[in-house]
Design a protein around this ligand. Structure first.
Ligand code: MOS
Length: 695
């Protein structure tokens, strides 16, 4: 193996332990597991956005060669209600969005299943639908956001403060639906063995995933194994099981054979959770010196008829800046659309686009430099909770970023810099992401041959978490990486956090560190001589988490962008992006940089390209494929620099990492549109930027 030989492993730029397996094809992904007698299910999806299925003519395809079964709402295995309304696949004839699974054809080849599903005659009774988000009387304020956080927040007297403000910014911002297209589409191989179920599945957290599937099918969680050893990206869309996985499990039950499914790119636009569009209003009041007196942030998002999911876009208005008066409101509209969900720093990303755009507008109103404006509003405690910060180094990120970027040479006047046909501008924004840590378990084992095995129910969705986890274990055990083997990516490895919410590495590393240290203690009792049969230590961080003091724990960053706009064609090219972050201890600078640069690229993509266009007539996403929905490609991506400042925070977890998966996307889009304003004098409040934006 071509692993590093560094013994002091944490903080070293270790190359990915699974890199060789991945690039040589040795790494097995969900769809690739060889299973005897496997067959295929292909979903038939609704061509209406609202109504009900009146007939599925299974007989029309059942006689085709290779076709084994047709599942629809009349014959599919029953599921337990109350687990997840989004996953009640084929439980009723009701259609709640276009692209919903209304039948599934099982066949001995993928081609036969697909052709039959596409030919399957399905009749509907159609009702009028509505897929366009707008601020009207269907809008309501939910009780909670994401099932736990209050949807409204208020401190002080925002209305009086708005009326009394010396300077006021009041602006409306919108962000479109954005879709997750991980390189590996959502795929499942379902294998029933009597009452035991094994799922080879591409997901972001096999433990929780298995529990949910077990509850849905009414079986014991211990009877479900979920294998997610290699996962080709998720971006939040693989946190929860998707209807495709449920269909595979149902189909495997019916035909009594292992069943595979992989979504097509087009199906992913309706069957995968996406980022809701948002309509936001931000009001900022300040005195002449640029001290915020009031922040009011209202965000409207959409959900499906099936399930309430509210995007938490107003969180950072309660955190980023000191203001005596703050109000935030999250509102929701239920439409005939698929359920949105977690997506690339949920809430924080669209919310910060609005808030950080408004801060830029305020800086111009006041005639104060945008970096300086932010520095003047640095809070001493968390403005939303009153809690002490475990560590907060936003100001240091802003200063370091400004210095590295060369911000001090900037002429503040918009449209003041030309380079031939191009208008050139620079912009910046703040960034923050919460430190989520969830209880996890791990096992460390010493073998008699002097090697070690560490087991943790983690999953590496491409981040490099596997490598970072091995580094944590190597350091805690005091052995080189070569002497240990890491097992991850299975539900049976025990309770563990998701690879989501940027919580994975921070949560798992705590459990791994604890298990390894406990093993070292045990080994001490044997004077280092491992007994025949090995020695094992387990750790669970649930009790440690309970004992944690209440603090405001967040990572921070500052984003800087330079772009140019062609005055003849309107073409927008980003020249340079620079981010400076603080995220506690950086466990592996190589994979950390990759995470931050990757997320900044996603932010660029969001700012310039990404939009799922709703089709009011058919209820579809118009551009529902990779020809119509554009992501930033290599040619769009300029020089991107990601830096971080040393940050020691002893009140996070013993290893000291804050999580970095999502921090890099937050603030990027606002930095781009703020730079666009500086270049052109045009303030764009609706993403994405367009060629016609400067006109
Ligand atoms: Mo992340 S969008 O919480 O997987």
């Amino acid at each position: 193996m071509s692993t590093s030989t560094l013994t002091q492993s944490l903080g070293a730029p270790v190359t990915r332990l699974d890199g060789h397996a991945k690039v040589t094809g040795a790494a097995q992904y969900a769809y690739e597991y060889p299973v005897e007698g496997v067959v295929y299910v292909f979903p038939a999806v609704s061509t209406i956005a609202r109504g009900r299925v009146t007939a599925v003519d299974a007989a029309a395809v059942l006689s085709r060669p290779g076709v084994l079964a047709v599942l629809d709402h009349t014959n599919a295995p029953r599921l337990k209600p109350g687990v997840d309304a989004d996953l009640m696949v084929l439980q009723s004839p009701e259609v709640s969005y276009r692209g919903q699974i209304v039948a599934g054809v099982v066949a001995t080849s993928l081609e036969a299943a697909r052709r039959a599903a596409e030919a399957l005659p399905i009749s509907y009774e159609q009702e009028p639908h509505d897929v366009l988000l707008r601020d009207d009387d269907t809008v309501y304020t939910p009780e909670t956001v994401n099932g736990m956080l209050p949807a409204t927040f208020e401190v002080g007297d925002p209305d009086t403060a708005l009326a009394a403000a010396d300077v006021l910014v009041d602006a409306r911002y919108t962000t479109p639906a954005e879709h997750a297209m991980p390189m590996e589409p959502h795929a499942t191989l379902a294998v029933w063995d009597e009452e035991r179920l094994t799922l080879y599945d591409s997901n972001q957290g096999p433990f929780a995933y298995g529990q949910l599937i077990a509850a849905l099918f009414g079986i014991d969680a211990s009877a479900v194994e979920v294998v997610a050893e290699y996962v080709g990206g998720g971006f939040g869309s693989k946190v929860l099981p998707r209807p495709s996985a449920v269909l595979a499990v149902q189909a495997a039950r019916v035909v009594q054979r292992p069943v595979k499914i992989a979504m097509t790119r087009q199906q992913m636009f309706s069957l995968v959770t996406y980022r809701t569009p948002t309509i936001q209003r931000v009001r900022l009041g300040a005195d002449r010196e640029g001290r915020l007196t009031v922040v009011v942030h209202d965000s409207l998002s959409q959900s499906s008829r099936l399930k309430e999911y509210t995007e938490n876009s107003t969180a950072d208005a309660k955190l980023l800046y000191a203001a005596p008066n703050i109000r935030t409101v999250s509102r929701l509209s239920r439409l005939d659309v698929p359920t949105p969900g977690f997506f690339r720093a949920p809430g924080r990303t669209p919310g910060t686009f609005a808030l950080e755009s408004a801060m830029d507008e305020l800086a111009y109103e006041l005639g104060i430099d945008p970096v300086e404006l932010r520095l003047r509003n640095e809070p001493t405690v968390d403005p939303g909770t009153g809690l002490e910060f475990s560590s907060r180094n936003l100001a240091a990120c802003l200063r370091e970023g400004a210095a590295r970027f060369g911000w001090q040479h900037r002429d503040r006047a918009p449209r003041s810099r030309r380079d031939g046909r191009w208008l050139v501008g620079t912009g910046m924004a703040s960034a923050t992401h919460p430190v989520y840590i969830r209880a996890s378990t791990a096992v460390a084992r010493a073998e008699a041959d002097g090697t070690f095995v560490v087991r943790v129910g983690a999953t590496d969705i491409g981040t490099g978490a596997r490598t970072a986890m091995a580094q944590v274990a190597a350091d805690a055990l005091g052995v080189p990486l070569e002497r240990l083997r890491l097992e991850i990516g299975r539900a049976s490895l025990g309770m563990a956090a998701l690879a989501g919410g940027s919580m994975g590495t921070a949560s798992w590393s705590w459990a791994v560190d604890k298990a390894c240290r406990a093993l070292v203690d045990k080994l001490g009792a044997y004077a280092g001589a491992v007994p025949e049969g090995g020695l094992e230590a387990r750790a669970d961080t649930a009790e440690d988490l309970e004992k944690q003091e209440a603090l405001s724990r967040h990572a921070y960053g500052a984003q800087f962008v330079q772009l140019r706009v062609d005055t003849d064609t309107g073409e927008i090219r980003v020249d340079r992006m620079l981010g400076v972050f603080t995220a506690g201890r950086i466990l592996n600078p190589r994979t950390a940089r990759s995470q931050l640069v990757g997320a900044m690229t996603m932010g660029l993509s969001m700012a310039l390209l990404e939009i799922g266009e709703p089709d009011p007539l058919f209820g579809d996403v118009v551009n529902h494929d990779l020809a119509g929905y554009h992501y930033a490609a290599n040619a769009d991506v300029p020089a991107i620099e990601a830096h971080w400042l040393e940050e020691r925070d002893d009140r996070l977890n013993p290893v000291g990492g804050k999580g970095i998966g999502e921090l890099g996307i937050v603030g990027t889009a606002a930095a781009v549109t703020n730079a666009f304003h500086h270049a052109t004098g045009v303030r764009v409040r609706d993403l994405p930027l367009r060629i016609e934006s400067a006109r």
